[in-house]
Design a protein around this ligand. Structure first.
Ligand SMILES: Nc1ncnc2c1ncn2[C@@H]1O[C@H](COP(=O)(O)OP(=O)(O)OP(=O)(O)O)[C@@H](O)[C@H]1O
Length: 157
């Protein structure tokens, strides 16, 4: 594969803050070693991710095989991307259907998660919808007349 696309990426400034083993203790895999679509790799690199974190390294290949996962890791270790990346890899942007349903416990997390999906999927041409309440059922139904590939919803308790 030609590496030209990498030179055109809009990379953020490097994050120089110190990191602990929670994110550094990896086996040394790369995002490319997961054979992800180039458009997805572009979103990942433009988010400033260089290497998968430990939870991503464990979860992404298993999720790509279509296996169920129950995972646990500390806050801020990259759990969100650990499920968003395989979901985006499996998704077919040309198919105008909801192909991923992400359920989270709070409205704030729903907004954050949808932002991660938008950032990582920014080169995939996908549409993300968040149903956090606060909008009428009618508005939600109307929105669903337009393409939605990923739906993020809040489920209490
Ligand atoms: N592989 C990576 N390389 C660099 N930064 C990353 C990587 N994965 C995630 N991040 C960044 O690390 C931060 C924490 O990630 P994220 O919020 O997904 O963690 P989390 O485990 O889901 O956290 P929480 O439990 O608080 O929801 C975010 O700013 C995210 O952009």
């Amino acid at each position: 594969m030609s590496e030209d696309w990498k030179t055109e990426l809009n990379l953020p400034k490097k994050d120089g803050r110190p990191q602990t083993d929670d994110v550094l203790g990896t086996k040394g895999n790369t995002f490319e070693s997961f054979h992800l679509k180039r458009e997805l790799l572009m979103g990942i690199f433009e988010a400033g991710f260089e290497k998968p974190s430990p939870i991503q390294e464990e979860a992404i290949p298993v999720a790509l095989m279509g296996r169920d996962i129950l995972a646990r890791a500390k806050n801020g270790t990259g759990k969100t991307a650990a499920f968003v990346i395989p979901a985006l890899e499996k998704l077919k942007p040309k198919l105008d259907k909801i192909q991923a349903l992400i359920l989270v416990p709070t409205r704030e997390l729903a907004l954050q998660t949808s932002q991660v999906v938008k950032t990582l999927g920014s080169h995939l041409g996908i549409q993300v919808m968040v149903t956090t309440g606060g909008t009428s059922l009618r508005d939600d139904i109307l929105r669903l007349h337009d393409p939605v590939h990923v739906l993020v919803d809040v489920r209490h308790g």
